[in-house]
Design a protein around this ligand. Structure first.
Ligand code: SF4
Length: 390
């Protein structure tokens, strides 16, 4: 039986800005999910028997804050009334931050929303890609939103998409976060997804540049304890490398319905959330049905799910057989395999080389240094599951 861990909901496909690397195909559409569609989704999800004791709901795939606060007050109330009493539901927003004001901050605090703000570092780096439709940089509005969050003591993290320029400037990036009192950071690289072809991926030095950036950023953070409290890429790599033997590990992205995504019109998809809006010659689209007309519990029996799952599992099996990082990765991101290799039935991508392999290398290299005794001899072996790379 499937287990839903994460529900990604597109409240609207519309975004008020137009980043140069955006993959969302309908970001000019001002369509909004209907309350009846949300009610159908949650009624069916709660009745499915596919939940354990908690459910994360992420409002994303468009800019969630273009809708009024009352939209979310009503939606959260609806979910709260429909949910089983013992189920914990958490809400997260991923936002460009340009619309954050006092009223939103009060709402985030009151509703305990987990907040991720997209900012690509200092103005010089951010404004190269994160622009309005008329081509103006959005840094000033985003940083004003972040400062507003800080004034209201609303916890948040940032996601920064790294470019070749910012990757070459770990000190500037670090100083920027410290100056703005940003304590929790996540790094993405500009990916090839959908129709967007990444410029960064064309750079043959990307792996090494990412390794150098992350290593230096980690070193700077360690040298000034208490400033940057969370670096997602390091934390995740450490969790995977330093995990007890036999601890369960699964890759949500390749488990059907572990991540379930719904667009504003009620269409349902699974695996990588980005698949929701994409089309492809082999699969057509990646939709499993519509929550307004179809039964969620019937969707695992759809022919297109079987076809996708067969190919995704074949790709995972190839990864298991060939990749020495499989134990910390679990077979990667289907959407990146499709975008970069043209097929789910494939293994390595630039995306996984950078985000999985180089981040893991960095942590392993640090552990190896720690293992060295002062005399230079190797210390006791680590009681951890180590990837085959070592
Ligand atoms: S790191 Fe890449 S090649 Fe290795 S298991 Fe993950 S997706 Fe497959």
């Amino acid at each position: 039986m499937p287990k839903i861990e994460l529900l990604v909901i597109q409240p609207t496909p519309f975004c008020n800005i137009d980043c140069r690397y955006c993959y969302l195909p309908n970001r000019n559409s001002k369509a909004v999910v209907a309350p009846e569609t949300l009610a159908n989704l949650f009624t069916q999800v709660f009745a499915s028997g596919w939940l354990e004791d908690c459910l994360s709901v992420v409002w994303h795939a468009g800019e969630p804050m273009v809708l009024p606060i009352d939209f979310y007050r009503d939606a959260f109330r609806l979910i709260d009334r429909a949910k089983p009493r013992e189920l914990a539901v958490t809400h997260s927003f991923q936002t460009n931050g340009t619309l954050i004001d006092d009223a939103w901050c009060e709402f985030f605090a009151e509703a305990h929303v987990n907040l991720g703000v997209s900012i690509d570092g200092p103005k010089l780096f951010h404004d190269r890609n994160r622009r309005t439709r008329s081509g103006h940089g959005t840094f000033d509005k985003t940083i004003a939103g972040i400062r507003c969050l800080r004034r209201h003591n609303v916890p948040f993290h940032v996601i920064s998409v790294l470019s070749a320029a910012s990757m070459a400037a770990p000190r500037e990036m670090f100083d920027f976060y410290v100056e703005e009192e940003i304590e929790r950071v996540c790094f993405n690289v500009e990916e090839s997804e959908g129709d967007h072809v990444s410029q960064s991926f064309a750079d043959s030095d990307l792996d090494a540049a990412y390794y150098r950036f992350l290593g230096e950023f980690w070193r700077l953070s360690s040298a000034m304890p208490g400033k940057i409290k969370f670096i997602r890429e390091i934390e995740h790599a450490l969790q995977q490398v330093v995990r007890p033997k036999y601890a369960p590990f699964s890759n949500q992205l390749v488990e059907p319905f572990a991540i379930t995504s719904m667009d504003w019109a009620g269409n349902i998809s699974t695996f990588s959330p980005e698949l929701l809006g994409l089309k492809n010659a082999r699969y057509g689209d990646f939709l499993l049905g519509n929550i307004n007309h179809d039964a969620l519990v019937e969707m695992p029996h759809r022919g297109n799910l079987a076809r996708m799952l067969k190919d995704i599992q074949a790709g995972v099996a190839m990864c298991r057989e060939r990749c020495e990082y499989f134990s910390v990765c679990g077979g990667g991101e289907p959407v990146n395999k499709l975008a970069e290799n043209g097929s789910f039935v494939s293994t390595e991508t630039t995306y996984c080389r950078v985000t999985k392999m180089r981040a893991t290398d960095l942590v392993l290299d640090a552990l190896e240094r720690v293992q060295q005794s002062p005399s230079g001899r190797t210390g006791p072996s680590l009681p951890f599951e180590m990837p085959a790379r070592v």
